[in-house]
Design a protein around this ligand. Structure first.
Ligand SMILES: C[S@@+](CC[C@H](N)C(=O)[O-])C[C@H]1O[C@@H](n2cnc3c(N)ncnc32)[C@H](O)[C@@H]1O
Length: 218
């Protein structure tokens, strides 16, 4: 009973965190204090868990890319809130010509992913410490930014993407994913930040919402 109540409170808090990350305001800053520490303590276990579920973990991300941009040939790809980089290594195989960077708050998640990449001779990718509400990335530089099961800040996505660049929000377990945004909320938030041609879909248990950064007349 107590476990159920505490699970519900945790779930509610995580959903509030996801919503508040959209603007990155004071509530988000309050809720996200120590967010990196929480994942740092789970780096190895998290990486192993994603590894065991790889056959479906990236399904919604692949589904979005297959649907919205089947012939995309990106130069710079950002995996925001990418943790130990499992999805980034997957995407680096999909786009061998691209430079892929994982950005995450949790240094130990990043370090674990980097070390595993070296041990297993995985494709070269970058691991960079940073917050999704203030990315350490040059403006208008990325062709694709994806966020898988992590907090999203659309204004910052719009800043770092090139005009015409693609953002993909993906959730491995659809609405059962703890760090989840419903389609309508995601569509509205992306639209407010200048994304157009917004589409959404599902594959297996996963769901996705994606948009293209519109061109601004100057
Ligand atoms: C549920 S895990 C998902 C990791 C990975 N994307 C995956 O699907 O395996 C959420 C990740 O988001 C990171 N994170 C949470 N808040 C963040 C923020 N504001 N900026 C960057 N990363 C953040 C956490 O450190 C954690 O690695």
């Amino acid at each position: 009973m107590l476990a159920t109540i505490s699970q519900r409170i945790r779930r509610y808090r995580t959903r509030l965190l996801m919503r508040s990350a959209l603007s990155g305001g004071p509530l988000y800053r309050l809720l996200s204090r120590n967010a990196g520490d929480r994942f740092d303590n789970r780096a190895e276990g998290w990486d192993q868990m994603v590894g065991e579920h790889e056959y479906k973990w990236f399904d919604p991300l692949d589904a979005a890319l297959d649907h919205i941009a089947p012939s995309l040939q990106p130069e710079l790809v950002l995996d925001v809130g990418g943790g130990t980089g499992r999805a980034a290594y997957h995407i680096a195989r999909r786009y061998p010509g691209a430079h892929v960077a994982v950005i995450d708050l949790a240094p130990r998640m990043l370090e674990f992913g980097k070390q595993r990449g070296r041990r297993e001779n995985l494709p070269g990718i970058s691991f960079v410490a940073g917050d999704s509400t203030g990315l350490p990335v040059t403006s208008s530089s990325a062709d694709l930014a994806f966020i898988l099961n992590a907090p999203v800040n659309p204004p910052e996505m719009a800043r770092v993407l090139k005009p015409g660049g693609l953002v993909v929000l993906a959730f491995t377990y659809g609405h059962h994913t703890p760090m989840y945004l419903d389609e309508e909320t995601a569509r509205q938030a992306l639209g407010r930040s200048g994304f157009v041609s917004i589409e959404a879909g599902t594959r297996g248990e996963g769901s996705w919402v994606a948009g293209v950064l519109g061109y601004v007349d100057s």
